[in-house]
Design a protein around this ligand. Structure first.
Ligand SMILES: Cc1cc2nc3c(=O)[nH]c(=O)nc-3n(C[C@H](O)[C@H](O)[C@H](O)COP(=O)(O)O)c2cc1C
Length: 161
């Protein structure tokens, strides 16, 4: 699949089949995701595989669409506010790389910011010097939704002289 097709066909998946996703495959996608751009090579991302006991304590009304795999993605703070923001941006690139790598092999993801509440930070033992970008629910899609239309890109463009 061409990269543009891959990007345009990706959807946030909210209902998953129960079939397990091979952990080695997930690690392959994480490894690819780590090629994300990151200023000063800080590689600020950290990934937590959330096991069933911890998952049971997380507060999410849909149980993450019954996804068989759940990861939390953290981003380390930098020495300054700017470095922390750069790290945050790099970790977002990491997540989207991961989403696309998984999607290229028929596996869907749901990036949920549910995890960023204080209560869930504590449940996931997120250290104070890390941002929690969210929880990624991962699995084979039960249902692939229609695309959500985007504003024509021309409406978002400005040209400076
Ligand atoms: C940082 C971030 C947090 C998100 N958190 C949630 C969430 O808590 N609940 C939710 O339903 N969708 C969440 N989403 C998914 C968006 O709702 C979804 O990307 C958007 O509706 C567009 O759909 P699409 O990804 O299928 O194109 C999140 C996406 C991002 C990037």
């Amino acid at each position: 699949m061409k990269i543009i097709e891959l990007i345009k066909s990706r959807r946030t998946i909210k209902k998953f089949r129960s079939e397990l996703v091979d952990e080695n495959l997930v690690k392959t996608w994480l490894d690819a995701a780590a090629m994300a751009p990151n200023h000063r090579m800080t590689e600020p991302w950290e990934i937590i595989f959330i096991g069933p006991e911890t998952r049971g304590k997380l507060n999410h009304k849909t149980n993450f669409g019954n996804a068989p795999t759940l990861l939390a993605v953290l981003s380390r703070h930098g020495a300054t506010k700017v470095e922390t923001e750069e790290n945050f941006a790099a970790t977002a690139c990491f997540i989207q790389n991961f989403n696309l790598a998984a999607w290229s092999e028929g596996v869907g993801t749901f990036w949920s910011s549910i995890g960023i509440t204080g209560q869930n930070r504590a449940l996931l033992s997120v250290p104070d010097h890390y941002d929690l970008l969210g929880v990624l629910a991962i699995g084979y899609p039960e249902m692939i939704p229609e695309p959500k239309p985007r504003t024509p890109i021309d409406n978002k463009l400005k040209f400076l002289p």
